[in-house]
Every structure is written in C-alpha cells, then in structure tokens.
Design a binder for this molecule. Sequence first.
Ligand SMILES: Cc1cc2nc3c(=O)[nH]c(=O)nc-3n(C[C@H](O)[C@H](O)[C@H](O)COP(=O)(O)OP(=O)(O)OC[C@H]3O[C@@H](n4cnc5c(N)ncnc54)[C@H](O)[C@@H]3O)c2cc1C
Length: 589
Amino acid sequence: MSADTATTDRVPDLPPAPLERVLGALRAVGYHDLTALPGWSEATDDAVAELLGGFSDFVDKAIAPLDVVGDRQGSHLDPATGRVRSPDGFRDAYQQYVAAGWQTAAFPEEHGGGGLPWSIAVAMQDLMNGANVAMTLCPMLTQSAIELFSHWGSPEQQARFLPKLVTGEWTGTMNLTEPDAGSDVGAVRMAARRDDSGTWRLSGTKIFITWGDHDLADNIVHLVLARTPGAPAGTRGLSLFAVPARLVGPDGQMGAVNQLRCVSLERKLGLHASPTCTMEFDGAEGELVGAEEGGIRAMFTMMNTARLSVGTEGLGLAERAYQAASVYARQRYQGRLPGDPADRQVPIVAHPDVRRMLATMRALTDAARLVVYVTAHAVDQSRRNPDPARRAQASELAAFLVPVSKAWPTDLASEVTSLAIQVHGGAGYIEETGIAQQYRDARIPSIYEGTNGIQAIDLVQRKLTLEPGSAPVWLAEQVDARISELRGAGLDAESEALADALEGWRRAARVLVERRGVADLDVLAGATPFLGMTGGLVGGWLLAGELAGHSPRSTAAAAGSARFFLTQLLPRFASSAHAVRGTFDDLVY
Ligand SMILES: Cc1cc2nc3c(=O)[nH]c(=O)nc-3n(C[C@H](O)[C@H](O)[C@H](O)COP(=O)(O)OP(=O)(O)OC[C@H]3O[C@@H](n4cnc5c(N)ncnc54)[C@H](O)[C@@H]3O)c2cc1C
C-alpha cells in the first residue's frame, strides 16, 4: 500500500456510523409524529437519540465482538449433559443485555415494559442485527412469545410468564416446523392429548427450532403448534401451547424439568452461533394459549412484528457489509486512474466501478430501511392513534407493507453482502475479513418466517386491492404527490424515473387484480417480481423525500444517494412490470 496525496480529493468521507443512519431513517419516515400520540410525548427525538446512542455503544462493545467468535465456535450439544452450550462470551453478554433492561424498551408497560413506540424496537433490532444477527435471533423469538401471551394468554398466564419474558430472564421459541410441515403449516402433526388429570401432554418432533435449547437464560418457553384429538385437518385444526423447558408453578416459580429435549443441532451455512434444534416432545406438559383450534389465528397476531423483525436482519447485515466495504475501499490501493498526472496507485474507492458498488450498497440499504421503518410507523399509528379511522387505515397499510418489509430487505441483504465481497476482491472470499460470514448469514432471512416466495403470494393474493381508499391506492397517491414535488423542484430525471415506476406498478397491479380468480397461476407467477416492484416504489417514494425537503437534517450525500437510487436502481425494479404481465406458461425451465 502507498499513501497517495494526489488522489485524496477523490476519496469521499467515510459514511456516517450506523447509529446516525438509523436516526436519519427514523426522521425520514416522520418518527416525530408519534410523539403526538397518547403516552409517547416523552419519547422525543432527543430522548430517542440518547437511548439509541446508549444501545449502540452497548452492542458495539458487548455484542459485536462475539459475532466472529460465534461463527467460528458455533453452539454445541454437550453429550454429557444433553444441553446446548453457546459460544464463549454469549451467556455473559446476554446477561448484560437483560440486566441493563434493553429488552423491555417497547413492550407494554402493564407487563413490565418501557412502553416505547414499536419503531424504537425496530431501530434497536436494526443496530443489534448489525452487530451479531445470530445472537439477536434469541430475543427476537422471545418477542413473538411475548406477543402471543399478551394477546391470547389468560390473565393468570400473563402474570406467570410475561414478567420474565419481557425482561429476557426467560427466552421464548416458536415451534412450527416439522419434517413434513414447512411452508405448509397446516400439515403439522404434533399431537396434544389430555392425560387423566386433564393436563395437556404434547408428543412429536419439531425441526429447525432456533435457540430451542441454550445456556443464555434460566428457562425457555416454547410456543408450540399442535393438533388436539378430533381436530380438523389443515391450519383450522391447530392449537397453540406453551411448553416451558422447566415447568412454571402458579406462583411463577420454576419447577421440574419438562419432558422435552433437543436431540440434535443442524450444521448450516451461516448463523453458527444460533442453535437450530431438532426438538423431541415426549408427553411434555403444555398449557393451551387461547382457544382450542385457535392456534393459527393466534399466530397471525404476532406475524406482523415478527416479519418486520426479520426484515431488520436484512438491514443490519446490509449496513454492516456497506460500512466494512467503505473502509476497505479506502485502505486497499490498486491500479491507476486515467489521466492522473502523478500516475500513482490509488485506493480502490477512486475507481468508478468500485464506487458504483458502494453507491449501490448504500442506496439499496437506505431504501430497504425506509420501507421497514415506514411499516413500523404504521404499526405504531395502528396501535395508538386516537382516531379509529386513522388506526384502521394505518393497520391496513402495515398489513400491506409487512410482506414487502420482510422479503425485500432480506433479498437485498444477499445482494449487498455479495457486493461487499466483490469490493474486497479475493480477500472477501477469505474468512479473515469477516465479509464471507455476513454473506453466509444473510442467506437465511429470505427463507425463515415464511419464505420470500410465500410473502410475495401473501402480497398479491391477500393484500393487494385497488379499491378507492385502500392502502395500496393511498400509497400510489403519495407517490404521485412526491412526483409533483420533484417536478416542482426541477428534478426532471428523478421525477421521470419515479413516474415511470409508478405507472408500471399501477399497470402491474391492475393486471394482477383482474387475473385474480380468473387466472390464478398467472397471478402467482407474477408474485415475486411484483413484490420487488413494490419495494422499489415505496423505497423510491421515501428516498425522494430527501430531495423534496421532507427529511430534516438531510445531507448532500444522502440526497446524492437518493438521486442515484431513483435514476439508476429504481428502473431495475420497475422493469419487472414485464415479468408480472407474463404468464405461468412463460416459466419454462
Ligand atoms: C436456520 C433456520 C432457522 C429456523 N428457525 C425456525 C424456528 O425457530 N421455528 C420454526 O418453526 N421454524 C424455523 N425454521 C424453519 C423455516 O421457517 C422453514 O424452513 C421455512 O418456513 C420453509 O419451509 P421448508 O424449509 O419446509 O421449505 P419448503 O416449504 O419445502 O419450501 C421449499 C421451496 O418451495 C417454495 N414453496 C413451498 N410451498 C409453496 C407454495 N405454496 N407456493 C409457492 N412456493 C412454495 C418455498 O418458497 C421454497 O422456495 C428455521 C429454518 C432454518 C433453516
């Protein structure tokens, strides 16, 4: 390497730290509006910046250094104890997380939570996923257990389980998948029967259970989908059970060890620190959560936030890869620039092709983050807006955007982490730089919590409507208004790109709606390209806010990146209109 003063003017500043970018995204989607809602007047912009600043310090110091350790060591099933051992340092770091109360921030106050907007939980997950996605999965699954108990648990169950789950002293898991029941949840066979004393007993095998056993916390509460005697086939016959690893008495104290165990761990491409367990239930004692045969309905209540959380995995991983590639591109000197009178080696960031990769990484990460954050904002509005009509509208918007917020950022994370490897050249393919780990870890969020294909089907079959006043129509109107603002500001290329994307999206949406019920295979064939178009359109609309003055404290770099997205990346998503208009018969392979 050689220092090169002649080219320093070609080397732009390092990107702002992840914290700054997370705060910028909260502002860009109008976080401030939430402080006007009941109970959130104290969650001001400054208070939130302080909280997230403290959390960012914590994850940088306590969580991030364990990411590589976790990847190299992995979790292990100890044959002597039959229990799962997490990598060195994980238990201690998790205990620090619990002791500091970080987990409680956005859970309901009546259950010991901090009562903050869900947007803050999403921002915290974004930061923590950027530090160590494998560890973050553990609290994320606990979050789903908390939501299920909060909505469907009896007051007595809530009193026994929620306080320890909200603090993180106990963790939760989601047990849906079985060897023959993956995307097809209705095929679940796990059996629940009452014994002579009337206690529910669960028997069967669940596979791929994240953090199904571990040593981070004292108890693990499994939320399990099972079938009771005589239940109808399919999803309608599923019931939800809480099956704690250590039984919990009426006083909330832990008792005997339950009849369940982790029988093996999967060896896998990434997420080595996160144990993926095959769980055997052998007459394990469980308690019904909600009504018998109400399991799938219960699952739907936690799905929005769970899917949003998986979207934040994509954000955290993409951000980390972008930051690392930005640093590396300034340190690695290779090649010369045409016409450089000094004719010296330059840092690779000076090469236009490397710059294109970095610009792409930044813009895709920003667009994906705004899509997730605007969805979280809608979730918050749907929970607290005093106007029932506004609540209903926000709820519909969140429902429409959730599949996009899960699938689009997680697909983009694979692309962004792959670009990060490319920026590193051969060093990126070598494990030492850490980028290879990000790439491996980034592959899974597209698959679990409903594959991205299943998200796309949800979008086109259940969520897309063109009824006046519906969420998709409202969104299209917002994009229209933004196009006019860009035009008014003389931003012709940007307004034209957004207008093309909107026109293509409207046509594609019309085709899908008209085909529904008439040519359903064609609708399904267009699902994934349409989801990408929707992500691009919503991301473009929100990024255009950087140019139209909607984002307070927007910087020149943020505006430049928004312009790059609109004029150079958005057309790529918009061009999927051709694929949506295609048919099932086109899919020749
Ligand atoms: C690391 C890891 C952690 C996991 N953690 C958990 C967990 O904690 N709890 C849990 O319950 N599960 C967990 N899972 C399971 C995960 O949710 C499933 O793997 C996922 O839902 C997909 O199911 P499958 O693997 O059976 O794939 P399949 O359902 O066999 O899907 C294979 C392919 O076919 C497509 N496909 C399937 N059905 C359809 C359809 N109807 N229409 C169109 N396309 C379709 C899918 O999109 C996919 O591309 C985890 C999996 C992994 C790998």
